[in-house]
Design a binder for this molecule. Structure first.
Ligand code: MN
Length: 311
């Protein structure tokens, strides 16, 4: 049987890695020859989660030419593995806006929920028998899926959170024996907030995505923290790096979003050819390219649609 490669997006995060591991578990159980992979280095939060549940890091996948693939947590080729155009795509499971077309019909499951782990969580739960609930392996997978949901929804504080995310997380936490899952979520976020040994450039690019708005290339990097003091101290460096990245990649705009989960808003740092587009999008004047935007927490739901409209 031909091997199937399962992976989330580039700049791997907890949702994309954990959903890939869990979906692999489900498909293996159904007799398929599948393996989970990561596209790139894992962040501290994801490493912490894998260590907590004693799960090994998936192997790195660089090129998928000629390989049979399932894409999780993304559908845009720009965010996918190298040579994805030359791969065989079997299925996509995602919670992002679709920007995808393929030369033949494939299985696509997209739901407007807070994380891909929520969708995989439902599939996973529908598979389980009473006997499975005592299985240590099942508990681990439930824990990973819970982590993915908590990470992507910022412990349910993100505007992308739905009732389905909370319900699925609740059931998963019981299976995984993690009663105080808000506390677990905060522990995860704290790992992400510690940027002491991370270069400013990696802080910006670690979770970044490139978009095209009205033909203009825009890169948006994001970091979600509980304490923003370490990152804010680096304001000058942040702008310097944004300028460099903008030039290197030939961008119209290069943006860093520093989301403070406790303040329930984000600082936005922008280097752009036209700041008026940003001021219009968020209805806020910037101070030399910097502004605090209340209630803006999700790149996908609060930022990208506003910029798309303004551009
Ligand atoms: Mn996700």
């Amino acid at each position: 049987m031909e091997k199937i490669y399962i992976f989330g997006h580039k700049n791997a995060d907890t949702d994309s890695v954990c959903s890939a591991i869990a979906y692999t578990w489900v498909l293996k159980r159904n007799g398929l020859n599948v393996e989970a992979y990561r596209l790139g280095k894992l962040n501290k939060e994801t490493k912490f989660v894998l260590e907590k549940f004693g799960v090994e890091e998936p192997e790195l996948l660089e090129d998928v030419e000629g390989k049979t693939c399932i894409l999780l947590d993304h559908n845009e080729f720009k965010q996918s593995a190298n040579n994805i155009e030359k791969a065989e795509i079997l299925e996509i499971i995602d919670h992002h806006k679709m920007n995808f077309s393929w030369h033949k019909p494939i299985a696509i499951l997209v739901r407007p929920v807070g994380s891909t782990c929520t969708i995989i969580g439902e599939i996973f739960l529908s598979e389980l028998t009473d006997e499975d609930l005592k299985d240590e392996e099942v508990k681990k997978i439930a824990g990973l899926l819970l982590a993915g949901i908590l990470s992507d929804t910022l412990v349910f504080k993100s505007s992308t959170t739905t009732g389905i995310d909370i319900n699925i997380a609740d059931i998963l936490s019981q299976i995984a024996d993690i009663e105080d899952f808000e506390n677990f979520g905060e522990e995860m976020l704290k790992k992400k907030s510690d940027i002491s040994d991370i270069k400013t450039r990696d802080m910006i690019l670690g979770d970044s995505k490139e978009f095209e708005f009205n033909g203009k290339k825009v890169l948006i990097g994001q970091l979600e923290v509980l304490d923003d003091s370490q990152a804010l101290e680096r304001e000058n460096e942040i702008f310097e790096e944004l300028k460099k990245i903008k030039q290197e990649k030939g961008l119209h705009s290069c943006v860093f979003v520093l989301t403070n989960v406790l303040k329930e808003g984000s600082y936005m740092f922008v280097v752009t050819d036209d700041i008026s587009l940003f001021e219009k999008a968020f209805d806020k004047k910037s101070e030399n390219g910097k502004a605090f935007l209340e209630g803006i927490m999700s790149r996908k739901k609060d930022i990208v649609p506003k910029l798309e409209k303004a551009f």
